[in-house]
Design a protein around this ligand. Structure first.
Ligand code: AMP
Length: 217
């Protein structure tokens, strides 16, 4: 299955992509995660990307395009993938189209998660991420000497530098201007599934899986 998980920053793409990746047994490819990992390891890519990612701007298309091409043509994606955070603009969607022509364009599914901007600002401002396993919690759930419920790391939760309110609002603006038009690009090129992203994690997963199985039956 070839899936693009689509929607504004903070709408729950990463959370749902991780769950779907485990349930459907296809890899979760997050360009944001790949860039953050490169920044953490201070690779050449990471050094180039750091200030851009911290400010909420988009990393140049050729850099991200290369990362995605390398990943999609690797053997781990031979049975499909869930792309999260790419394509971020129409040019990247065109890049992806040419990459998929080389593999197979067949059966692309776009899952769009919807939520209002103000809900997203609230969610992202209080989002905390485990530096060890990437699990996401709300700041209200984290206490002193907190142990990660997933990987058991101690005091590992941090606030992403791009989850400050001013940066969140800039990311939302870029989403509406550059990324939202990608949805129209796919209207006649992919099967579209739309889900309300403000429901609970379990409800959103259930709705996606129901709609996916309906499509396949
Ligand atoms: P995300 O984790 O998807 O919210 O991405 C975090 C940041 O990584 C974004 O705000 C961008 O700076 C950068 N980024 C991730 N994916 C892309 C992409 N497809 N194109 C350009 N920049 C990206």
């Amino acid at each position: 299955m070839k899936i693009i998980i689509f929607g504004a920053p903070g709408v729950g793409k990463g959370t749902q992509a991780k769950i779907l990746s485990a349930k459907l047994n296809i890899p979760h490819i997050s360009t944001g995660d790949i860039l953050r990992e490169a920044i953490k390891s201070q690779t050449e890519l990471g050094k180039k990307a750091k200030t851009i990612v911290d400010s909420g701007e988009l990393v140049p298309d050729d850099i991200v395009g290369e990362i995605v091409k390398e990943t999609l043509t690797s053997t781990k994606c031979k049975n499909g993938f869930i792309l999260d955070g790419f394509p971020r603009n129409v040019y990247q969607a065109e890049l992806l189209e040419s990459m998929l022509k080389e593999i197979s364009n067949f059966g692309l599914i776009l899952i769009k998660l919807n939520a209002d901007d103000e809900i997203i600002v609230k969610r992202l401002s209080s989002r905390r991420v485990c530096s060890n396993c990437g699990n996401i919690l709300n700041e209200a759930e984290i206490t002193n000497d907190f142990i990660c419920p997933v990987c058991h790391a101690k005091n590992s939760y941090y606030k992403r530098s791009d989850d400050e309110e001013s940066v969140i609002r800039k990311r939302l603006m870029i989403y509406h201007e550059a990324t939202a038009p990608v949805f129209n690009f796919y209207k006649n090129k992919a099967a579209i599934i739309e889900v309300n992203g403000t429901h609970s994690i379990e409800e959103v997963t259930k709705e996606i899986l129901d709609k996916l199985s309906f499509r396949q039956s």
